[in-house]
Design a protein around this ligand. Structure first.
Ligand SMILES: [Zn+2]
Length: 162
């Protein structure tokens, strides 16, 4: 896989035939466990967003790497004892069956983790603010960044007469 794929379909299509079914399976499990997540390619690999970073997966020579945001992997380390893991990754060997229930559980835990964070009314430094799609991050910690986008969008809508 030398060329950067532009979609998850392209990423899977570019993989060796024998790995494609596994990649499709992982994708299916993620989509079923995180139905509201959006899918795209990020850093050259399949990526899922659910009110923030949720998961990535990638094909390596002998395994599929599943990347989840901390602390999910650490939280389930007992159930993951049979797999090589790091703080945020799990290696699923290509020669073994995908542990469907376990992957589903990890994705659902990640969704719950992101939802809980999204519903917090303070940022990690304690500033109070109301999260929304146009203000997803703390305006004190990230001044201007999202406000600018919002202003541009409002301007765009005005220009369109919306
Ligand atoms: Zn803040």
């Amino acid at each position: 896989m030398n060329k950067k794929p532009k979609s998850v379909d392209a990423y899977i299509k570019a993989a060796p035939r024998e790995a494609q079914a596994k990649l499709k399976h992982i994708r299916k499990i993620i989509k079923a466990a995180a139905p509201k997540a959006t899918e795209r390619i990020s850093y050259g690999i399949p990526y899922y967003d659910h009110v923030g970073r949720l998961a990535y997966f990638m094909l390596a020579r002998a395994h599929i790497g599943l990347y989840l945001m901390p602390p999910v992997v650490a939280k389930y380390r007992r159930e993951l004892a049979g797999y090589a893991t790091s703080k945020s990754t799990i290696r699923l060997p290509l020669g073994e069956k995908i542990p469907v229930m376990l992957v589903r559980k990890l994705i659902k835990a990640s969704v719950a983790h992101n939802d809980a964070r999204y519903n917090e009314k303070t940022c990690s430094r304690g500033h109070e603010f109301q999260k929304s799609s146009s203000q997803p991050v703390c305006p004190t910690c990230w001044p201007g960044r999202y406000r600018k986008k919002l202003v541009l969008r409002i301007r765009g809508n005005k220009a369109k007469g919306v």
